[in-house]
Write a protein of this length. Structure first.
Length: 465
């Protein structure tokens, strides 16, 4: 995705047609830019595109201004879907064109106009059903159900952004399986509506002075909500140079199965703190890290929400026979040690760690063995950082980042009363212990969570259960 923001895929001009290479063409405006940050399928469609054109005046002027302040020569042209469509029609000879989208009436008008402007072309029409969110493979199959042409030079899709880009991606993936070869597929937005009408002088004037978006708003009231939301979000995301990286997490239901079947793993709680530090990139999402549903916050991400507090997790563990000892790294009181010895009947090892920053803690990391079940009792995100460090040193480590859950299970801290837990107020109850540290962390995580939502990060995190 970095290629997108480094402009390696952006085209300075339309350039040569009929290069012989398969192309996936996308036009970027402020709304589509914002959609990258909250729609994973659209993100993938943009990522897999070959040509990106600067369409919206908001993007064009913002980038041009940036280049001006950097004192760099700005060589990119603003090329809309309408510009590209017109250029292709006027410069093609004896090519097959496929139009997908719009209404039967509009498609026939467009076909007739194309054949008047370029009689050498062959034009084919397909309707796309009205879909609120995403097209599926079945939709694509239905669209092409009776289509017999095996070679298409240019396919233009008009179904509204970002749906049309996702549909184009599906078409480019599915049609080769049916022997249909599409050389160039382009998502062209409202081009079909424009091309099927006799456009007024105001349309061309608005394009000339970079107010085409305002012209569209006057003619279509449905675009107002989208523009009012997308425009300020675009400015924020662009000014902070945000990157639309998506996070895929491994959610876990059966913790005991993980312990008995996996040779190595890190198990961590997914709660407000975990989410906040994932956003901050302080928790590294390696392939061996799994998450269980700890805090109430996790209900917004897990499809089947079942809260499992750390105290219940540690109390209900069933360790397999290949676990010869439990190694507690961090705080371990005499009560907690007695709790573990009585419950699990294996030797308990312990390594106290110094108080301080994570670099100081890592210098005191003990050696571990593959037969150890490692419990880390540090606060998030230090325990996850330490867990990743241990896993690099010993590649067959089994690690549970239990935090304060062990202390509560062993009655070092009194568990939250049921009536408070029902109202999801356990975090307030726990503030009576280590109040200053926990209050500071709560404020920090709330700030990070609000910041993440402001940057649409909550739209880009997925948990595979």
């Amino acid at each position: 995705m970095n290629n997108l923001f480094n402009f390696k895929k952006f085209k300075k001009n339309i350039g040569k047609l009929n290069t012989g290479e398969k192309r996936k063409v996308i036009f970027m405006n402020p709304h589509s830019y914002v959609s990258i940050f909250k729609d994973k399928n659209f993100f993938n469609a943009v990522k897999k595109s070959t040509d990106i054109y600067i369409d919206g005046s908001g993007i064009y002027n913002a980038i041009k201004l940036k280049y001006f302040f950097l004192r760099k020569n700005f060589k990119y042209n603003r090329i809309t879907g309408y510009d590209y469509f017109n250029y292709v029609i006027k410069n093609l000879y004896n090519k097959k064109i496929l139009l997908i989208g719009s209404t039967n009436k509009n498609l026939k008008i467009i076909k007739n106009r194309i054949l008047i402007e370029n009689p050498s072309c062959k034009v084919y029409l397909l309707n796309a059903p009205f879909i609120k969110k995403d097209f599926t493979k079945k939709h694509v199959q239905n669209i092409f159900q009776d289509f017999k042409i095996k070679e298409i030079d240019y396919c233009f899709v008009s179904a509204g952004a970002p749906k049309q880009e996702k549909l184009a991606e599906l078409i480019s993936n599915e049609m080769p399986k049916k022997g249909i070869n599409i050389k160039v597929i382009a998502s062209v937005g409202a081009v079909f509506d424009y091309y099927s009408k006799n456009l007024s002088f105001l349309f061309y004037l608005s394009r000339r002075i970079y107010l085409e978006w305002f012209y569209r708003l006057l003619g279509n009231i449905k675009l107002w909500p989208r523009t009012i939301i997308s425009a300020p979000l675009y400015l924020i995301l662009y000014l902070i140079s945000a990157k639309p990286n998506y996070k895929d997490l491994k959610g876990l239901k059966d913790i005991n199965k993980l312990i008995s079947t996996k040779k190595k793993f890190i198990l961590s709680a997914f709660n407000l703190s975990g989410y906040a530090y994932i956003f901050q990139n302080q928790i590294n999402l390696s392939k061996d890290i799994y998450f269980w549903q700890d805090g109430t916050f996790s209900k917004f991400f897990f499809k089947k929400f079942k809260k499992v507090p750390g105290r219940k997790l540690i109390a209900n563990l069933k360790i397999s026979k290949n676990i010869e000892s439990i190694f507690v790294i961090g705080n371990l009181t005499s009560k907690s040690r007695f709790f573990l010895e009585r419950k699990y009947k294996v030797p308990i090892k312990h390594k106290e760690l110094p108080f301080g920053n994570i670099k100081k803690i890592l210098r005191h990391t003990p050696k571990t063995h593959s037969s150890d079940l490692i419990l880390i009792t540090l606060p998030t995100p230090k325990q996850e950082i330490l867990a990743n460090y241990i896993l690099k040193k010993n590649k067959n480590s089994k690690i549970i980042c239990i935090g304060g859950g062990l202390g509560i299970a062993a009655q070092d801290e009194k568990p939250c009363p049921i009536f408070l837990d029902k109202f999801y107020l356990e975090f307030l109850w726990r503030l009576q212990y280590q109040t200053k540290r926990r209050l500071t962390r709560l404020i920090e995580t709330l700030y990070l969570a609000l910041k993440s939502i402001f940057f649409l990060f909550n739209k880009r995190i997925f948990i595979n259960e």
